[in-house]
Write a protein that binds this ligand. Sequence first.
Ligand SMILES: Nc1ncnc2c1ncn2[C@@H]1O[C@H](COP(=O)(O)OP(=O)(O)OP(=O)(O)O)[C@@H](O)[C@H]1O
Ligand SMILES: [Mg+2]
Length: 429
Amino acid sequence: MAGDKIRVMIVDDIPETREQLRKLLSFDPDIEVVDMAGSGEEALERVLQARPHVILMDINLPGIDGIATTGKILEVLPVAQVIMLSVQGESGYMRKAMMAGARDYLTKPPSADELLDGIRRAYKTRQKMITGPLPQMVGGTTPVADGPRDQGKIITIFSPKGGTGCTTIAVNLAIALRNLIGANAKIALVDGNLQFGDITVFMKLQATRTLADLAPHAQEIDSDLLNSVMIPHASGVKVLSAPASPEEAGLFQDAEIEESGANSSFKTILNFVRREYDYVIVDTAHNVDSIFLAAMDVNDLMLILTRPVIPEIRGARLFLELLQKLNYPFDNVGLVINSVENKRMGIQPEAIERAMMPALVHIPLDERTALKAANYGVPLIMQNAKLPIGQALLKLAQTVRDQLKKVEAEAVAAQEDARQQVAGRGRLL
Ligand SMILES: Nc1ncnc2c1ncn2[C@@H]1O[C@H](COP(=O)(O)OP(=O)(O)OP(=O)(O)O)[C@@H](O)[C@H]1O
Ligand SMILES: [Mg+2]
């Protein structure tokens, strides 16, 4: 491991404990203690500068405790691995620590072996996170980003009814695409449900920076400004959060409304995000309003969601009819049927397809997995990729990627045809 030591930061309020841990680690030539902090506040102040790979975190700290400090650290340094140390061996503490994003949990005082093993394990996990697809997931591993950098693909997720699974699918599709394409892929997830968006809840992120910070500066947006509001998630996906409170969505109301009905600020932001990212997934509210029309103006693929229940199917059909009236190209539309339960005597997905169009995927009903993911803020594809629901979401990512590539190849071929026709005509003239 020459020249590439494991950088460890120690956070503990008792100076003797810090020193004991430092001494234990000083005997290992692969480990370097890069900083020691006596409180959560101190750790937060210095963590970006110290850039530790692994953090040993005391759970009981004066001021912000170890669990809250962990959550905050992972917002700014999402690949850091936190090992929580506590005198309490209680499962309640352990669960809280894990929910805050800690990787491991050791009871104080740890033996030298326990500590060194834990640090090495955490470091290995970190290396996997930054060099390849997430370890829990299955799928392809092509390490190249898709598409030219100046024109990422925008995928809008929409359902005319609430509670259909838009956010679940947006979050998991973003992560599955990243897994499929590899660590080089730049994936943005934009919460276009401006009033009640909850992507940050589904991903256990703090909405410290949001679309409300961008709205007044949409027309002057540049890379630095965009970067400053994108929130990194441990999966590698970056999130552009909805405003933290419903009234802040009003900041978009002052924007010019284009002839298509699109909100010009939101559209400018989306167009800029696609310049910086390979794929941009946009979650939406359930209305055809100026925000949705902005996404519709720029998107490459729109996924319409329905569950096999009559009011939702009716809503999706009405929406398809609206698209027809607007002469919207159906090549850019995909149907996703969520919460399919084969055992129940409900409406069969095939009947929905006959009434509308073939679906890209049927996502099975799995209340336990979906609810657990929503309540814990851990996207199900990160823990349950092997279950049928996870497999269906991976299939969706693969299908979406294939379809976008096909549409792009056809557009390139059509352009080439047109170019050759013009060149041929030139020769005849
Ligand atoms: N395939 C599924 N099986 C079981 N439950 C699911 C499935 N997909 C989503 N859910 C659950 O349904 C609920 C609503 O999902 P979600 O929030 O993703 O929908 P939404 O359309 O974004 O809703 P909202 O109207 O709040 O924007 C969540 O509790 C989620 O865990
Ligand atoms: Mg939602």
